[in-house]
Design a protein around this ligand. Structure first.
Ligand code: PLP
Length: 466
């Protein structure tokens, strides 16, 4: 199978959406960094499996046995996908956020009077790789370079300064704001050099680049990796935590109940081994099938073709956008370097509110982007150069239910199925916005921080009802 065979097999690819002028247009989805649409072969595999669906692990019936078999086969496929050996465990969770919280729950919150563990992270992180760490320790941050990349010299300095105190380094594999890819194996080597461990938030990396956790005796190995299937064309509610360490084997699991135990008496409980002990209750078996199927598809077409295609799109978009002096690009604007980053581009149009741009793109162009801070507030504020005083002022507005002054950008993010024509349409729309040629009169809803065109409402029930 080739990439081109998959590019047309996106569920809903040709769906049209209604525009402000009453016409319809094929939807352009540039919000892949949030969630990707479903690949048709994934949906078909899920449908096929539904005929055999039953709960896993606990039944002798054919359907229960085949479901259990499929579930564990899928686990192997996922382990292989990230290069995890038999000493590692693939633990199924809901998503990256749950996976990181699960890991954080293992790093014990210190008792009163005890020193808190230090977690070194970066300013680039998504909140899902920042907030869980605040619950269990003192979080310190590696600084950024002026271009928004991680300042490695500062990272090294902090690693050395807090040697012996840092338990864990939490870093994103790739940014969901600028698409920068971090040198996680280099960082891992340094982290292991001071006796700490590393967790990589691979939510953005997994759909676009190969992941290799490497054997646990390799200094560059990744101790923990988390990612989500809904960003990989398999949005059926599954995420993964790959752990190469056995900290999950100590004490009681985070969630206890069915599936986690070998024996329970009224006095005692004997916990199962990994991964069962960390997968309380009935797992998302359908989600697991979907993730395994998409991984098999990616293996078949190969990451190289995905990288090449997405780099071409990124390069084309940067080339066109950088020719418009009114467009501000955040992150590396160089089209030549598209291979070294993800197809995630953050931008603003000078003197036009990001929320207004997003609304016009949707209502008049049928284009789905995302705007705001993308759950990476500290990073976006840094990229925008928002001062502490301004940030504080905006906090005040938000607390007073006025979200209209939230700083932010427009984020355009590509998937393996997007096309140059779609990028051209986006760039034409941006030009039209710059020239103030849009048709609607947009009203700001301050409480929501959203713009909506006067006299127009999207008619959802005409296209979908439950
Ligand atoms: C870098 C990064 N980390 C974590 C997450 C959270 O992923 P999820 O919503 O699947 O838990 C996201 C989602 O956008 C992300 O981009």
């Amino acid at each position: 199978m080739k990439l081109s065979d998959l590019q047309t097999k996106i569920v809903g690819l040709d769906e049209e959406v209604m525009l402000l002028d009453g016409s319809k247009r094929r939807y352009v989805n540039f919000d892949n960094a949030s969630s990707t649409p479903t690949l048709l072969p994934v949906q078909q595999k899920v449908d096929e499996f539904c005929k055999w669906y039953s709960n896993v692990h606990r039944g002798t019936g054919f359907k229960s046995q085949i479901s259990s078999w499929v579930f564990e086969e899928a686990r192997h496929i996922i382990a292989e996908f990230v290069g995890a050996d038999e000493k590692s465990s693939v633990i199924f969770c809901k998503n990256t956020t749950e996976a990181i919280n699960k890991l954080a729950a293992r790093f014990r919150c210190p008792a009163a009077g005890e020193d808190k563990p230090i977690i070194l992270t970066t300013i680039m992180e998504h909140h899902s790789n920042e907030l869980p760490w605040r619950k269990i320790g003192e979080v310190i941050h590696a600084e950024l370079n002026p271009d928004g990349t991680i300042n490695i010299a500062d990272f090294d300095e902090k690693l050395e300064k807090y040697r012996g105190k840092i338990q864990l380094v939490a870093v994103t594999g790739a940014s969901n704001v600028t698409g920068y890819i971090n040198p996680v194996h280099d960082l891992a080597r340094k982290v292991h050099g001071i006796g700490a461990q590393i967790v990589v938030d691979a939510a953005q990396l997994a759909p676009h680049r190969p992941i290799d956790v490497k054997p646990s005796d390799d200094p560059e190995h990744l101790d923990y990796v988390a990612f989500s299937a809904h960003k990989m064309y398999a949005p059926y509610g599954i995420g993964v935590l790959v752990t190469t360490k056995n900290i999950f084997k100590i004490g009681a699991p985070q969630h206890v109940g069915g599936g986690t135990v070998d024996i329970v008496s009224l006095e005692n409980v004997y916990w199962k081994d990994l991964p069962d002990r960390e997968e309380a209750g009935t797992p998302d078996i359908i989600g697991v099938v979907a993730l395994a199927k998409v991984i098999l598809l990616i293996n078949e077409i190969g990451f190289k073709s995905i990288i090449d295609h997405e780099a071409k799109l990124t390069s084309h978009a940067l080339e066109r956008l950088s020719k418009m002096p009114e467009v501000i690009l955040y992150g590396d604007p160089d089209p030549e370097k598209a291979q070294t980053r993800l197809g995630v581009i953050s931008l603003n149009i000078k003197d036009v509110d990001h929320a207004l741009v997003a609304a016009i793109l949707s209502y008049e162009g049928g284009i789905g982007v995302r705007n705001g801070c993308f759950c990476a507030h500290p990073y976006v504020k840094r990229l925008l150069g928002v001062s502490r005083e301004d940030a504080k002022r905006v906090e005040g507005y938000i607390l007073a239910r006025d979200r209209s002054k939230i700083p932010g950008t427009i984020r355009v993010s590509f998937g393996l199925y997007n096309s140059k024509e779609e990028i051209d349409h986006l760039c034409d729309m941006i030009k039209m916005i710059i020239e103030k040629k849009y048709k609607g009169k947009y009203l700001l809803n301050k409480e929501r921080g959203e713009y909506n065109p006067e006299g127009f409402r999207m008619d959802f029930p005409s296209v979908f009802t439950l």
